[in-house]
Design a protein. Structure first.
Length: 226
């Protein structure tokens, strides 16, 4: 019964009925810059670096920063991976004479059942899933398969702070303006949403009904780039 108007703010970009949430572009930019820097050290040490980014249930950040930085493999929660296939893909780089590889993993990514030893991490006192560190486990397995040194890098909460991008500042301002206008009109139970380039109002109930996950077609686009 409370008079509420919502705005979609999350770095995960997983809210339904809006194309983009504010915070997402900043998180992707931070992660992309980190990947660009890690390429240098990965090449100088001739290593595989498995970079873990945020994304408990969806792989939007991993997909976008991985594509933007030219990662050599990306694993996301929506698509369980086969460690043998992943190792073979990374191994192709070394076989072609390349000296390093970057693998981007969303924190919620998981292997296909039975393809590798995997620590689920259990549940916390509220029943939420806890993660045992996919980058750590994946780097250990890749090292076994490839015979190459592999190291985990966990970006963690670094992606959530700092200076927002210009895109996020403008998007948040537009959302805020439309939310306040809805309040003035007495239109409650709604959320601002970006559809294409337009801001529209959508029912809050629809926004929280399901998570917006990465569709199969979008992952296929990434495979063309990798």
């Amino acid at each position: 019964g409370l008079p509420i108007v919502g705005v979609p703010k999350t770095v995960d970009n997983d809210i339904a009925v809006t194309d983009v949430t504010f915070g997402f572009d900043t998180a992707v930019t931070v992660a992309t810059e980190a990947l660009d820097r890690l390429k240098t050290t990965a090449e100088s040490h001739q290593r595989v670096l498995v970079v873990e980014v945020m994304g408990r249930h969806t792989g939007w950040i991993a997909l976008h920063c991985g594509m933007a930085a030219g990662a050599h493999a990306i694993v996301v929660p929506e698509r369980p991976f086969d460690i043998a296939e992943l190792a073979a893909k990374v191994g192709e780089r070394f076989a072609a004479g390349k000296r390093f590889a970057i693998v981007v993993a969303a924190e919620g990514a998981k292997p296909k059942t039975g393809t590798m030893d995997f620590d689920e991490g259990g549940r916390d006192v509220y029943g939420h899933e806890r993660f045992a560190g996919i980058a750590r486990q994946l780097s250990t397995e890749l090292e076994k398969h490839l015979g190459k040194e592999a190291r985990p890098v966990i970006l963690g909460h670094l992606q959530r702070g700092g200076t927002p991008t210009a895109y996020d500042r403008v998007l948040a301002t537009r959302f805020g303006w439309h939310a306040v206008e809805a309040v003035h009109r007495g239109e409650f139970g709604l959320m601002t949403a970006l559809l294409g380039t337009d801001i529209t109002m959508v029912p809050l109930a629809e926004a929280v009904e399901t998570l917006k996950t990465v569709p199969a077609g979008r992952y296929a686009e990434a495979e063309v780039v990798m």
